[in-house]
Design a protein around this ligand. Structure first.
Ligand code: GDP
Length: 313
């Protein structure tokens, strides 16, 4: 083990940012208000906030009980959003996310694979592991589930984790709790699918701490636009990212999109053109896989819809 003469630096995670001050929390749940040591202020011109919620930092304690951040550890990933107030570049909304969980319901409202696929693409692009939660599974007794099970199995085949949950069946939530224990997770999804209910089952105190679990359903409620991390009682954090209903898909070129569809990676290497978009080009390795049924029509439909939305920007 190496040692040096300076005070031993401690490590913590940034859980909130309020301008010049950062709230940081160490692994023993001690919380400090911290400032960034001056010489770290200059950073990439592209990124407008030098420290983001989610960052792992090294710090030293000050005598007055505050702390000084002396180093920001490398980020494993982050969610960007465009800088506000007409500034150039982008801000980091939140960093070091272990899991992004998309919550949808099998019925009331019925999920759309297009929404799930857009979310998966964003996660692939930002290098965040996505998790699919098909909630309200208790209602499967009232509906035909063949197609749902088909979709669920297909996502699993593609390598994604899929959970079938119901707040009425607590045993279905256990694997989910095990997954997010000691991890940083963010939940997203449309209104009405059960996000608030799920999180209430996971930790009843979360509802009043989160500003906007339920998207736009709590109309009129004042919400802050800053992300924060909420410690979970069993270890780990839940990211509260107000206003994020889905992850944006900017900075992706149309010919890049197929990189984020795992089943297209191999096919795209056989395309005649390196910038093939797999829509209308001749000698396309991806379209060949669609024609032979090796790429699912519902996935290719999502692909085409996303390409179209990229072209509309
Ligand atoms: P949110 O908008 O995603 O936060 O959704 P809510 O948690 O507010 O839930 C919307 C509605 O779905 C409420 O009436 C819940 O009671 C109901 N709900 C949530 N989860 C389940 C579930 O697993 N099964 C059933 N049957 N209803 C659920």
């Amino acid at each position: 083990m190496s040692s040096n003469n300076s005070l031993e630096a401690l490590s913590a995670r940034v859980i909130r940012s309020t301008g010049a001050w950062y709230e940081i929390m160490d692994s023993n749940l001690n919380q400090y208000s911290a400032r960034l040591r001056g010489k770290f202020r200059q950073d990439s011109k592209e990124i407008t906030n030098p420290i983001a919620v989610g960052d792992e930092v090294l710090f030293e304690r000050n005598e007055d009980g505050t702390a000084q951040i002396i180093e920001i550890l490398d980020r494993k990933n982050f969610l960007p959003r465009k800088a506000t107030h007409g500034r150039r570049g982008h801000q980091i909304l939140i960093s070091n996310i272990d899991y992004a969980l998309v919550v949808v319901s099998i019925t009331q409202p019925q999920y759309k694979t297009g929404f799930i696929d857009r979310f998966l693409v964003s996660c692939e692009a930002y290098e965040i592991e996505p998790i699919i939660i098909l909630n309200k599974w208790d209602l499967s007794e009232d509906i035909t589930t063949d197609e749902i099970i088909y979709h669920s199995n297909h996502y699993k085949q593609l390598g994604y984790k899929v959970f079938h949950t119901s707040i009425l069946k607590p045993e279905t939530l256990e694997p989910l709790v095990n997954l997010i224990t000691n991890k940083v997770s963010v939940f997203i999804g449309p209104s009405g699918v059960g996000k608030t209910s799920l999180l209430n089952h996971i930790d009843p105190s979360l509802e009043e701490k989160t500003s906007e679990i339920s998207g736009y359903s709590k109309k009129g409620k004042h919400t802050t636009t800053f992300a924060k991390l909420l410690p979970l009682p069993f270890g780990g954090y839940l990211a509260d990212t107000p206003g994020i209903r889905e992850f944006g898909l900017y900075n992706i070129e149309d010919w890049e999109l197929s990189l984020y569809f795992p089943e297209m990676i191999e096919g795209r290497t056989h395309c005649k053109f390196s910038t093939c978009t797999h829509i209308h080009e001749p000698s396309c390795g991806v379209i060949e896989l669609v024609d032979t049924g090796l790429i699912e029509p519902f996935r290719y439909l999502s692909y085409m819809n996303i390409i179209e939305s990229l072209n509309d920007r």
